[in-house]
Design a protein around this ligand. Structure first.
Ligand code: SF4
Length: 443
């Protein structure tokens, strides 16, 4: 197993499950607040409704044509937590090495406890490669992550997403048609985008965050661009600036802005591209003068964090160490002590030798798990309202039991397959990233 992955421990005494915390809030057993009481019901209640479902992304607009999940059989909807837990364990035991279960850091505890590997999206896609004997990879994350696992796994391995409605509102904010249209408009302003100038630089290099569809990764691969993660964004931007005059960065404006600002790019040379406006809402002059063109996308989980929350944490917990994810807005990253990917946050806590108070700006499931894992520290989420990622929430143990028991019965359900014409250039973009060295925190 890669050193950067967490090896799962036996079920902890204190169950840090957000789902159970939400049950307590809704029943009045806890005085905490949650963003919606709808979180207390099974996610299958939302499978037939349009939208991302309850949680941080519930106000975002879901694109038409997004994958929908068919009805989960009643036996899984009606089973108790304990029954589902037992059925998942039994199915995994029967399948043995034929299956590997991957759990994202932001996934709920009742699911993560069954994962063979826990990590961020890229770590998990690589973890799948470490189990070449597995016929099936069950990815307890969101849609773009399962696509990436399909790109990096063997063609005969089936990648399964337990709930097809588990998309990602940020990834959905960069639609391939909008990106193609943007590219054409940039060509109108900047000329031929494929031809280098006298210095060997092309006018623009497209860079996409890992949190994007395979179609976007394929676009980037076809146009000389590259993928980045929140851990290596700076290294990737350096790679891009060595090859182009400017960067088109999508879908997350905040990761792009925070990273480029830390590299010394002035804010006035980072115009926003709003795909619903001509020239992205900008002017030809601004585009010509730009260094990084930021796509108008964001993560609704990380957008919830504010400078007020940091000031309150500092007032109430003198000496608190504030660490936030670089998908948070710039003013929040600037006000924090440190900013870095989920893996960097996790490592910073693991490395703290003295008992420390940490205020963390990232998804609640990860924060609660870290708090349970490191009881010598006080660890809390900056956001006082319990509001998990809507789409991670869609992966309930009922869906995990269903896909695993289907495999036992010889049926592959919910397989995610990237078409070959997209997979080829998308893999090129991922390989370019692998050749660039990871860099660490953005601040
Ligand atoms: S936390 Fe944000 S970026 Fe991650 S899956 Fe959820 S919506 Fe997407």
């Amino acid at each position: 197993m890669a050193a950067t992955l967490i090896t799962l421990q036996p079920r902890p005494e204190i169950d840090p499950s957000v789902d159970h915390a939400i049950q307590a809030i809704v029943s009045g057993a806890s005085t905490d607040a949650t963003c919606t009481t709808d979180l207390a019901v099974g996610p299958w209640d939302f499978d037939t409704r349009p939208g991302y479902g309850p949680g941080s992304s519930m106000g975002d607009v879901i694109p038409t044509g997004s994958p929908r999940q068919g009805e989960l059989p009643a036996e899984y909807r009606e089973a108790s937590d304990d029954e589902l837990d037992e059925r998942i364990r039994a199915a995994k035991a029967t399948l043995g090495d034929r299956v590997v279960v991957l759990g994202h850091f932001y996934q709920r505890e009742e699911v993560v406890r069954h994962a063979d590997y826990v990590g961020d999206s890229f770590q998990l896609a690589n973890a799948a490669k470490e189990r070449p004997e597995a016929e099936a990879i069950v990815f307890c994350g969101v849609h773009f992550m399962a696509e990436t696992a399909d790109l990096l796994s063997r063609p005969d391995q089936a990648v399964i997403l337990p709930n097809l409605a588990a998309g990602c509102s940020m990834a959905d904010m960069a639609d391939i048609d909008q990106v193609e249209e943007c590219w054409e408009q940039l060509e109108d302003v900047l000329g031929d985008l494929e031809t280098p100038d006298a210095d060997g630089l092309v006018p623009v290099i497209p860079v996409t965050y890992m949190n994007s569809s395979a179609a976007i990764k394929g676009f980037v691969g076809r146009h000389g661009g590259i993928v980045c993660t929140s851990s290596n964004a700076r290294t990737v931007l350096e790679w891009a600036f060595a090859r182009g005059r400017r960067v088109l960065f999508f879908p997350d404006q905040h990761l792009g802005r925070n990273t480029a600002k830390a590299m010394g790019v002035p804010l006035e040379q980072m115009p926003m591209w709003n795909p619903r406006k001509p020239l992205g809402g900008s002017t030809a002059e601004v585009i010509e003068d730009s260094r990084v063109i930021l796509w108008h996308g964001f993560c609704s989980v990380h957008r919830r964090f504010t400078v007020d929350q940091i000031e309150k944490a500092r007032a109430e917990h003198p000496g608190v160490r504030v660490i936030v994810h670089p998908e948070c807005p710039m003013d929040v990253v600037d006000a924090a002590d440190e900013a870095g990917s989920t893996d960097i946050i996790r490592k910073a806590i693991a490395a703290a030798e003295e008992p420390t108070t940490f205020a963390i700006g990232t998804e609640i499931n990860l924060v609660q798990r870290l708090a349970a894992q490191y009881p010598q520290h006080e660890i809390f989420c900056l956001d006082p309202v319990v509001c998990p990622c809507s789409t991670m929430y869609r992966i309930h143990p009922g869906y995990l039991a269903w896909v695993l028991e289907s495999l036992v019965a010889g049926q592959v359900v919910n397989r995610i397959t990237v078409p070959a014409d997209v997979a080829e250039p998308a893999t090129v973009a991922l390989e370019r990233m692998l050749a660039a060295k990871p860099n660490g925190a953005v601040k």
